[in-house]
Design a protein around this ligand. Structure first.
Ligand code: AMP
Length: 180
């Protein structure tokens, strides 16, 4: 394991049985609160894209906003929020996406991204990939060129990374945890 992986792992807190029994919740608030680990995580997420012209970072509510804001600053890119339905004030595009049990909808402002703009998608964690898949659909509906989807944490046993790769999206993650 690299030094960075060790530092990130030490900074992420795991909470058993949250929000319901059987879930191991990977809590990144402790990572966000650790100045050095937070900076290193952001530096590592953006470094492959530093020389590219990335136009926008699209962050998934809510933890993707915090990571995405920092990434946007670092890459001199704009930031676009992807939110749960009903939260954005202007004209939106909306997609349904699958959750562990059932479906929900997410939205983005219709004028947030112009066709052909290069976009990096970000969230804290990818599990089944249902959430990120919904975001990819929204971005593609707007004609975005998705450079990559970035996550601090991968839960590879749940298959989300593969789901995105099968959609032709390049996936970047920093650490992975076995199981769910
Ligand atoms: P999925 O759509 O299954 O890939 O789930 C990813 C979304 O749910 C992300 O927005 C995560 O923040 C959240 N999530 C799913 N599983 C966990 C977990 N074990 N710990 C923390 N967040 C999770």
């Amino acid at each position: 394991m690299t030094n960075l992986e060790n530092e990130l792992r030490a900074a992420i807190r795991t909470i058993k049985d949250y929000p319901k029994p059987g879930i191991l919740f990977r809590d990144i608030t402790t990572l966000l609160g650790a100045p050095r680990a937070f900076r290193r995580a952001i530096d590592e997420l953006v470094h492959p894209y530093a020389g590219l012209r990335v136009s926008k970072i699209a962050g998934i509510e809510a933890r993707g906003f915090i990571l995405g804001g920092a990434m946007a600053h670092q890459l001199s890119a704009g930031f676009v929020p992807i939110r749960k339905k009903g939260k954005l004030p202007h004209d939106t595009v909306r997609v349904a996406y699958s959750l562990e049990y059932g479906v929900d909808e997410m939205e983005m402002h219709r004028d947030a991204i112009a066709p052909g703009e290069s976009v990096i998608l970000v969230d804290d964690l990818i599990a089944t990939g249902g959430t990120a898949e919904g975001a990819v659909k929204l971005l593609r509906q707007m004609g975005a060129d998705i450079v990559a989807a970035c996550f601090v944490i991968d839960l590879p046993d749940l298959g989300g990374r593969k789901k995105l790769e099968d959609l032709g999206v390049q996936v970047r993650t920093l650490i992975s945890y076995e199981g769910h």
